[in-house]
Write a new protein. Structure first.
Length: 155
């Protein structure tokens, strides 16, 4: 789902629908924090975690030369609750990769700690958690991984 074709995705564009997809029982969003662009997610008055966009926290240029806007949900224990690609200009993600492959890629991050060492293809590497890449989009998958993990660690 692309938020806009006219401007870069912003945390201010994120809605409760996005939060509900990542946080069970989410009922409302708080105001965007001023110092760091994150949006608190609540169940009534209980803080569940935060939503943020990688292009605002760790904007790493991908194959197209522009960062990919990935929405990340992070709970209070630094566990990734979900990720969703919201905006990109990656040609391979438009013509060479279908939505199912993107969904399978992003699903690998759910439940992972932001403090873990996660690497694309590092399944047998000691000390690392390996995730599968995206066939035909190796560079993009590696940039997505770095941007997701670097952003989550900063939050």
């Amino acid at each position: 789902m692309v938020l806009s074709n006219t401007h870069a995705a912003s945390i201010n564009d994120v809605t409760l629908t996005h939060a509900k997809a990542m946080f069970k029982g989410a009922t409302r969003l708080g105001n965007t924090e001023r110092q760091v662009p994150v949006k608190p997610v609540y169940r009534d008055n209980k803080l569940l975690g935060y939503l943020f966009l990688t292009n605002e926290i760790a904007p790493i240029p991908a194959y197209s030369g522009k960062p990919v806007a990935v929405l990340v949900g992070l709970d209070l224990n630094a566990t990734i609750q979900g990720i969703q690609i919201l905006e990109h200009e990656e040609p391979i993600l438009v013509i060479g990769v279908n939505e199912r492959h993107l969904t399978e890629y992003t699903a690998q991050y759910r439940g992972q700690s932001a403090l873990s060492k996660i690497r694309v293809g590092a399944h047998n590497r000691e000390g690392y958690i390996g995730v599968d890449g995206i066939a035909g989009a190796t560079i993009t998958a590696m940039v997505l991984n770095r941007s997701i993990m670097r952003s989550a660690q900063r939050i």
